[in-house]
Design a binder for this molecule. Structure first.
Ligand code: CMP
Length: 139
């Protein structure tokens, strides 16, 4: 069965560039409903824990520095086929390979500083949503 929830972050690069508004517009215009949302900042340790699966990758240090550099917007989103449709909306990890009309094509500047995160599976959407939100913060 296709999933109906995903998790996203608007990353520090996009927040610093004042792009929260246009990114949220693209998300809601694509039919995603906001279930939970938070403006917050990750510590170095929290960013490392969030991206624990990438701990052995060569870019891990750079990723943690970047993700703890400034505030982010975290959200749980709902829509039929949420995981796949949201990954289509954000585009490829590397903005150079992202299709026209995607969020990363419009707002990302590099493979590291790529404006938004989107969960890659139902299991990870649950783990990532639970990282930021209690049950009382979901509507
Ligand atoms: P995201 O979809 O949030 O999941 C893992 C993140 O690691 C990815 O987006 C990028 O921000 C980052 N990342 C992936 N590959 C690289 C890379 N080759 N160099 C630097 N950062 C990367």
């Amino acid at each position: 069965m296709a999933s109906n929830r995903t998790f996203t972050m608007i990353k520090p690069d996009a927040v610093a560039a004042n792009n929260i508004g246009p990114i949220l517009s693209m998300i809601t215009e694509a039919g995603f409903k906001v279930v939970a949302m938070k403006y917050t900042k990750l510590s170095h340790e929290q960013a490392g824990n969030f991206y624990d699966v990438h701990r052995d990758r060569p870019f891990f240090g750079e990723l943690v520095e970047f993700m703890s550099r400034g505030p982010i917007v975290a959200a749980i989103l709902e829509k039929d086929n949420a995981i796949e449709d949201f990954r289509k909306l954000i585009g490829a990890t590397n903005p150079a390979q992202a299709e026209e009309g995607t969020i990363r094509k419009r707002f990302a500047t590099s493979i590291g500083e790529n404006a938004v995160h989107g969960s890659d599976s139902d299991d990870n959407a649950k783990i990532e949503g639970d990282f930021f939100f209690s049950q009382l913060e979901r509507f």
